[in-house]
Design a protein around this ligand. Sequence first.
Ligand code: UDP
Length: 258
Amino acid sequence: MTRRRQIYEGKAKILYEGPEPGTLIQYFKDDATAFNAQKKGTINGKGVLNNRISEHIFTLLGTIGVPTHFIRRLNMREQLIRQVEIIPIEVVVRNVAAGSIVKRLGIEEGTQLPRTIIEYYYKDDALGDPMVADEHIACFGWASQEEMHDIADMAIRVNDFMCGLFAGIGIRLVDFKLEFGRFFDNDYSRVILADEISPDGCRLWDMTTGEKLDKDRFRQDLGGEVEAYQEIARRLGLLPEGENMVLDLDKHRKSKGK
Ligand code: UDP
């Protein structure tokens, strides 16, 4: 078998050349980072769970007409995606105060925001992903006004959909991060949802107990990261009740050196 060409390696994923032009393979690692990669660790089985969770959410978003880069899941850790040019903006949607907004504005964690807030961060590790305004995005040409309009529109639709999806399984969608990319169709480009949607980039709290079921368990050294991600997958109907099938299968694969 010929070795695939690696296109890019990020903190939690690797991108390989896809089988056809215009496609890539997105591989989900178990690596976890926080605080601009100052904290590093491994969450065993995270990649398998995030691959499944992201597949599920992107597929559902596709059915309500949100265009995404997702084509299909290939195996436990990989999915086939459309190649896009990533727009260097992290789009954060907030429903409840947590994380950086708590520190920045002194709002108490858990405060329900009177309306949904969309924030933009410039993707630049060396600068620590600074928050930017629409003005900066337009001024430096990171995205056009039209693209930003589409992005804000899609972010709201994704939020509405995901709030309902998670509320239905007893989870409060506190906040989340999205990334978008330009998809080229001949000379024409349009913005589609890219990257992933998983507990790595969302804050998900149990509605009755308030328990954190997301990457804050890793950020705040709370322990039980895999169990939390598994709980999300299980409630979404992606794991058989009372079983850790996905993780067990992955261990089996690893022990066979595959
Ligand atoms: N987030 C992310 N990647 C980042 C920064 C934030 O996925 O580089 C997510 C994070 O998981 C949370 C939301 O975006 O769900 C808002 O994060 P926040 O600005 O509060 O920053 P944090 O406290 O995570 O540093």
